[in-house]
Design a protein around this ligand. Structure first.
Ligand code: ZN
Length: 261
């Protein structure tokens, strides 16, 4: 009898402790934020930006594909990014477009070929992913549902039509209290911001961040390499610095995918 009571008290204590932990985690979520994500296999360049991220107290998410082809040195760079507080997410085994692959082979083959092996390898390497970014933003709500059994959140994407302001791109903003219920977050691309290709983007991005701050929302962005000349799609380090400095200036905290409830 006494033992039962003791066990009851103990389990009550545990449940209170876990509830307290939960509310602490919820409290830790800021009233607004910005989620920066970078895709593909640009770890050789990403790792060089650790000091810049640190300077602006910014934490971001890197979505990696073809993990099985990475050299030990490249995996070490991802670990260095993770150790610096950033999040490493999954971007598929072979960067296949989800909608095409599922249409041809079905959802279970997609999971077996494109998702599970990547998650397993990353987990063994100490880089367990909690999130997935769709290659080419190719997705459907049905595929979302299946992937959300493996990942806490996903990332899709949307482009910015030439005539639209970034702050009016509804899908890239999520009210903080709706993050948990929003499995797939939608980002917009910010590569080439401030370059001749997209000279007005820096203003647009800052304005979108101001909007997120005012509305108590998070805003989601994606880019690829962080460099002046590629290879591949890239965001120049100077542009990144200007963007991170602005976030800091308006007191808009950065969130990684691992920070999201
Ligand atoms: Zn990609």
């Amino acid at each position: 009898m006494r033992l039962t009571l003791l066990l009851l008290c103990f389990s009550l204590f545990l449940s209170i402790a876990s509830a307290a932990e939960k509310s602490a985690a919820q409290k830790a979520l800021p009233s607004s934020g910005v989620v920066f994500t970078f895709d593909d296999r640009n770890m050789d360049q990403w790792v060089k930006q650790i000091p810049l991220f640190r300077k602006h107290n910014a934490k971001v998410t890197f979505f990696v594909d073809h993990f099985h082809t990475l050299k030990p040195q490249q995996i070490a760079r991802l670990k260095k990014l993770q150790d610096a507080g950033h999040t490493i997410g999954c971007h598929g085994v072979k960067h296949r477009k989800a909608v095409d692959y599922v249409r041809e082979h079905g959802i279970e083959r997609y999971m077996e070929d494109e998702i599970n092996p990547a998650v397993q390898r990353m987990t063994i390497a100490g880089l367990k992913p909690t999130a997935f970014a769709y290659p080419s933003s190719s997705r459907t709500p049905e595929i979302d549902q299946r992937l959300l059994k493996t990942f806490r959140h996903l990332r899709g994407g949307t482009g910015l039509p030439p005539t639209q302001r970034m702050r009016d791109l509804k899908p890239i903003f999520v009210p903080v209290d709706q993050i948990k219920a929003t499995g797939c977050l939608i980002g917009t691309g910010i590569d080439y911001a401030g370059t001749q290709k997209r000279p007005h983007y820096l203003t647009e991005i800052k304005d979108a961040m101001d909007h997120a701050k005012q509305q108590s929302e998070i805003v989601i962005f994606y880019a690829h390499n962080i460099s002046d000349k590629g290879p591949g799609h890239h965001l120049p380090p100077k542009a990144l610095e200007e963007i991170l400095a602005h976030a800091q200036q308006i007191d808009l905290p950065t969130l990684t995918y691992d920070d999201l409830p």
